[in-house]
Design a binder for this molecule. Structure first.
Ligand code: AMP
Length: 434
């Protein structure tokens, strides 16, 4: 038979394996804890959506929709897409289930994979993960401030202290069109001097020029008019209230008048948090207000604001800072020597596992040396040895793998003995310097 060729993961996607996934779980747990403290509930929406959902919300002319979205025709002819982001899905669900009838703001969070056909590089993948949250049903600036405070707390819990919060207002449907006109005029005067992409953007979506990363364009972009000088009185008042409240809450930020976001639906508040421990792809998260999105998707007027954290990048930053440790691994390895020791080994494993400890044991007869080797390779904290002598005396050997210290413990006391040494701290989350 000819040798079969190996099948590899699709370009830009990757397998996340243990023990690395232990850190992902820690980060996700921390996020869930912080979101719960701010009274957010979890929403899980499908990965597959009608392609039109994103064309209408993210914007038919955006890079995401024109170049990066995975779309295909289903067998019944329906155009489907793998979601490139989740805000549109959350708003679709909000409308579909009439959540606006609950008579209060809805605070929802999600964790899951997104898909964009981008050029893969470190921190940029075609299947990547986002942790995001949305607040629907109010335009109060206090909500924007609370959301940013929550993000700062989460990053702090993850040990990421050196992050920068960049803040802007992109106006609304009253003032932004006026600003875009002013911007267009300024860009006409720069014809031919900006990069090719910007020349194209100047005609199709001038705001995107502000977002250009080409070094040579930066001095020209710095001369373009600032949106903050063109906000209408309502947008200006909203932005001022937000900044005053951030001050009260002790949230530090930098004004970034050139910050525009890659999606069409944003209004007013726009923000990004960057981390200098990441390389070129330094944006850990982005978000903003999208007050007209619900109407755009056929729903009632329902202002909203949200953010999406790039989980892959967040993990890279958490690893670089190194303060957060993955969930603890194996607590106990049980080495049994001789068939007669297997039933008591199983009994002990069951008892300890029911107490939520992570336990591993030999599945086949093995020599003590080999079992101890396996235990230390797996990073077990303790090894319990049950051999002929131990069976006869009813006292098991318990070896501390870090110190090598070994002690004889009555069989019925092993659980209690380990409890005293590993105890509740084993599963408690590691404290990070507060
Ligand atoms: P966006 O949905 O474009 O506002 O992105 C929000 C966050 O998701 C960004 O700040 C990144 O951290 C992350 N992100 C976006 N695209 C990718 C990608 N292709 N790979 C990894 N992370 C991404």
């Amino acid at each position: 038979m000819p040798e079969a060729t190996k099948i590899r993961a699709v370009k830009g996607t990757r397998d996340l394996l243990p023990p690395a996934t232990g850190l992902w779980q820690r980060v996700e747990d921390e996020a869930r804890r912080v979101f719960a403290a701010y009274h957010f509930g979890e929403i899980r929406t499908p990965v597959l959506e009608p392609a039109d959902l994103f064309a209408r919300s993210v914007g038919a002319d955006t890079d995401i929709v024109t170049k990066e979205m995975y779309t295909f025709e289903d067998r019944d002819g329906e155009r489907l897409a793998l979601r490139p982001e989740a805000t549109a899905s959350v708003v679709r669900a909000y409308i579909e289930h009439g959540l606006f009838n609950q008579g209060r703001v809805n605070k929802l969070y999600y964790i899951g994979p997104m898909f964009r056909r981008e050029r893969p590089q470190k921190g940029r993948y075609r299947q990547f993960y986002q942790i995001g949250a949305e607040v629907l049903g109010s335009e109060a600036p206090s909500i924007d401030a609370e959301l940013l405070e929550m993000l700062v707390l989460l990053l702090d819990r993850l040990g990421l202290r050196g992050c920068r919060l960049l803040l802007n207002s992109v106006g609304d449907s009253h003032c932004r069109p006026e600003y875009v006109k002013v911007l267009r005029r300024a860009l006409e005067n720069m014809q031919g001097r900006l990069c090719a992409d910007c020349q194209r953007r100047a005609a199709t979506n001038p705001l995107r020029v502000l977002d250009c990363k080409v070094e040579a364009d930066q001095p020209l972009i710095a001369k373009l008019p600032s949106i903050l000088d063109h906000l209408c009185p309502e947008c200006r008042a909203h932005f001022e209230r937000l900044q005053a409240e951030l001050g009260q809450r002790g949230v530090k930020y930098e004004l970034a008048p050139r910050l525009v976001r890659g999606l069409d639906y944003y209004t007013r508040t726009a923000f990004e948090i960057t981390s200098d421990v990441l390389g070129a792809q330094n944006a850990v998260l982005g978000g903003g207000r999208y007050d007209g999105l619900s109407e755009l998707l056929g729903g009632p007027a329902a202002p909203g604001i949200g953010f999406a954290i790039g989980l892959d990048r967040l993990i890279l930053a958490v690893e670089a800072v190194g303060q957060l440790k993955p969930q603890e691994g194996l607590a106990v390895y049980i080495a049994w020597l001789g068939e007669a020791a297997l039933p008591p080994a199983i009994e002990l494993a069951t008892e300890l596992r029911r107490a939520d400890w992570s336990v591993e044991l030999d599945y086949e007869p093995a020599k003590l040396k080999k079992s101890l080797g396996t235990a230390s390779k797996l990073g077990a904290r303790f090894t319990v040895i049950i051999g002929e002598g131990e069976l006869a005396s009813g006292r098991y050997q318990v070896k501390n793998m870090a110190t090598g210290e070994q002690q004889e413990v009555p069989a019925a006391r092993v659980g209690g003995y380990l409890q005293e040494r590993i105890g509740s701290t084993f599963f408690a989350r590691a404290e990070i310097g507060r």
